[in-house]
Design a protein around this ligand. Structure first.
Ligand SMILES: C[S@@+](CC[C@H](N)C(=O)[O-])C[C@H]1O[C@@H](n2cnc3c(N)ncnc32)[C@H](O)[C@@H]1O
Length: 512
C-alpha cells in the first residue's frame, strides 16, 4: 500500500468550514452537555487532525485565543492550508504528516482540544489507533475531543450497497470522475428497473438521493463513498474505544438533547427522560431515530454539573444575531413547531435592541420570563437558531489581536478571486466562529470596507463589474435570467437595502 493507506488521494477534498470545531462553540456545547471546560486563554493549544483544505483551522486560529496545530497527509490539502495561513499572516503549525508521523513527532504540545471531523469512518483501524494514541499522549486533563462518525443504526442496510458500488467503481476505467459517473449510471439503471429495492430500504433511498443530488460536488462524493474504508459503529463501541484515552462521552456537539421534547412524545419521551447517562440516551436515540451520523464531544476528566449549575453559568454567556431580526422565522428548523408569538416577538426585539449588541442569556430570559417562557424554552430557541446559522454564542474574551487577524483573513477571502466561490463564510472575532455571508453581501461588504460612505451609484457600478468578472447571473422568480437593466433594479431594490440592514450586525460581529 502507498502512503494513502486506502484513502482516496486522487481527488482533492472540498472547501468546507465547520463551526463545531470552534473552541468558543465547543465550550458552549460542552456546558449544555454538563461540563464546564477551562476558560479560553492565550496559553491554550488546539489541535485539528486531518484538516482537509484547512478552512476551519485557519478561521479558528484567526478568531480564537491560543495556538493551533494541524495535519493532513494530502500534500495539496496541507499546502492550501499553509498558503491561506501565510496570506493572512497567521502562525499555525500545519504539516503534511500522516497520523502515524504526527504521533511520532517529538515536539507535540499538550492540547486543550483535539478535533477530528469527517475522518474516523473512512480510515483503517491502524490509523484510528494512531489517533487514539495522539489523544492519549497530548490531551490535557480537562481537555475536550470532538469526533464525528457513521452510526450503525442508520447505516447498516446501506453499507452492503456502498461496498457493491465501490467494487463496481474499482473495475471501471478512466479518471475518478469517469468511474464515479459510470457507477452512478449503472446503479441508476438497476434502481429504475427494480423500484421495490428503494421502497424497501429507506437508508438506501436517503443515501442514493444524497449521492445523486445535483448540488453535490463529485470531489466530495468520491471521498465520502468511494474510499477503501467505509465503516460505521455504535456510539457505545466508540465510547468504549475512547475510554482507553480516559475520555468520557458527554453528548452531541449540536446539543440536540435540548430539543428532545420535539423528537419524542408520550411514553417514548418519558422513557428517554429516564435515560440520565449521555451514553444510554445517545444509544437509544440512535436506535429510535435510526441515526446514521453523529458528531460528539468527549472530555478527559471534570465534574458533571447539575441542571441548576448549568443555567447559573449559562446566564453570563452572550448571544448575537447574525441576521436581521425580521429574517428570523417563528419555527424550529423546517418543522411546524412554532414558538409562542409574543415570546418570539419579544426575543426579536431584545436581540435587535442597542444596534444588535450581544445579549446575555439572563437578559434574554428576563425579556420572556413574564410571558411564561422557561429557561429551557429559551435554550431550544437559541440552539435551534444556531443550527441554521442565525444566532451565535459569543467568546468570553476577545483582544485586539483577534480583531486584526480576523480582518486580515477576511480581506483575503473577500479580495481574492479564488475564494469568491470556494467559501460563503467570513470570520468573527466576537463569536470565535465563521459567519455565513452570501456572495452579493460579500461584494457590498468589501466595497464598504474600502469606504463606508461610498455613494450607492458607485457601489452599484462596482457591484455590476464584479458580477461580470465572476460571470455570475441573477434569476427572476420564474428562473429566467435577469436582463442587464433588471439586474440594476434588482440590486437597488433588493440587494443594497438588504445589505444595509446587515450593517449593525456586521459591526457587532467585527466584520465591518
Ligand atoms: C473527508 S476529509 C475531511 C477533511 C476535514 N476534516 C473537513 O471536514 O473538511 C478527510 C481528510 O483526511 C485526510 N486523511 C486521511 N487519512 C489520513 C492519514 N492517515 N493521515 C493524515 N490525514 C489523513 C485526507 O487527506 C482528507 O483531507
Amino acid at each position: 500500500m502507498n502512503w494513502s493507506d486506502g484513502y482516496n488521494i486522487d481527488v482533492e477534498y472540498t472547501f468546507k468550514y465547520f463551526a463545531y470545531l470552534s473552541p468558543v462553540y465547543q465550550r458552549f456545547a460542552a456546558l449544555l452537555n454538563g461540563y464546564d471546560l477551562p476558560p479560553a486563554s492565550e496559553d491554550a493549544v488546539h489541535m485539528e487532525l486531518a484538516v482537509g483544505q484547512g478552512l476551519s483551522i485557519n478561521f479558528h486560529a484567526a478568531c480564537n485565543l491560543g495556538s493551533f496545530i494541524g495535519n493532513d497527509f494530502h500534500p495539496s490539502h496541507a499546502l492550501h492550508a499553509q498558503q491561506l495561513a501565510a496570506r493572512s499572516g497567521l502562525k499555525i503549525d500545519l504539516t503534511d504528516d500522516s497520523f502515524e508521523q504526527m504521533l511520532n513527532r517529538p515536539d507535540l504540545p499538550m492540547c486543550n482540544s483535539i478535533s477530528i471531523h469527517g475522518v474516523w469512518s473512512w480510515i483503517s483501524d491502524q490509523n484510528r489507533l494512531h489517533i487514539l494514541n495522539i489523544i492519549k499522549r497530548c490531551l490535557k486533563p480537562g481537555g475536550v475531543v470532538y469526533n464525528s462518525y457513521n452510526i450503525n443504526a442508520g447505516s447498516m442496510i446501506w453499507k452492503p450497497w456502498r461496498d457493491m458500488m465501490k467494487r463496481f467503481y474499482d473495475c471501471q476505467k478512466g479518471s475518478e470522475i469517469d468511474r464515479f459517473e459510470a457507477t452512478i449510471q449503472y446503479f441508476k439503471e438497476i434502481f429504475d428497473k427494480n423500484p421495490h429495492i428503494m421502497q424497501d430500504n429507506l437508508a438506501l433511498q436517503n443515501k442514493w438521493n444524497h449521492m445523486t443530488s445535483v448540488s453535490q460536488d463529485p470531489h466530495y462524493l468520491l471521498q465520502e463513498y468511494f474510499n477503501e474504508h467505509w465503516d460505521s459503529c455504535d456510539t457505545s463501541e466508540m465510547a468504549a474505544y475512547f475510554e482507553e484515552a480516559k475520555l468520557t462521552l458527554i453528548g452531541p456537539a449540536n446539543c440536540g438533547h435540548v430539543w428532545k421534547f420535539l423528537e419524542f412524545s408520550g411514553d417514548t419521551l418519558q422513557f428517554m427522560l429516564n435515560q440520565t447517562s449521555p451514553l444510554l440516551y445517545s444509544s437509544w436515540r440512535d436506535l429510535l431515530l435510526r441515526t446514521s451520523f453523529r458528531s460528539d464531544l468527549y472530555v478527559k476528566g471534570g465534574q458533571f454539573l447539575s441542571e441548576q449549575a448549568i443555567f447559573a453559568k449559562l446566564n453570563c454567556y452572550r448571544f448575537v444575531l447574525t441576521v436581521p431580526a425580521k429574517e428570523l422565522k417563528n419555527n424550529i428548523f423546517q418543522s411546524d413547531y412554532e414558538y409562542d408569538e409574543e415570546v418570539f416577538k419579544a426575543l426579536q426585539e431584545t436581540f435587535s435592541a442597542q444596534d444588535y449588541e450581544p445579549k446575555t442569556f439572563l437578559q434574554l430570559y428576563e425579556s420572556v420570563k413574564a410571558l411564561g417562557s422557561s429557561q429551557t424554552d429559551l435554550l431550544i430557541f437559541l440552539v435551534s437558531k444556531m443550527q441554521v446559522g442565525q444566532v451565535q454564542v459569543c467568546a468570553s474574551k476577545v483582544n485586539q489581536t483577534l480583531f486584526v487577524q480576523s480582518q486580515a483573513l477576511n480581506k483575503v477571502l473577500l479580495e481574492s478571486d479564488d475564494y469568491q466561490f470556494k467559501t460563503d463564510t467570513l470570520v468573527s472575532p466576537v463569536t470565535g466562529q465563521g459567519v455565513l455571508v452570501d456572495w452579493s453581501h460579500r461584494v457590498v461588504l468589501q466595497l464598504w470596507l474600502e469606504d463606508i460612505h461610498m455613494a450607492d451609484d458607485v457601489v452599484l457600478t462596482r457591484f455590476i463589474a464584479q458580477l461580470r468578472r465572476n460571470k455570475k447571473q441573477f434569476f427572476n422568480l420564474d428562473k429566467t435570467i435577469l436582463s442587464r437593466e433588471d439586474e440594476k433594479t434588482f440590486f437597488l431594490e433588493h440587494i443594497l437595502p438588504s445589505a444595509k440592514s446587515y450593517v449593525p450586525i456586521w459591526r457587532q460581529l467585527g466584520l465591518l
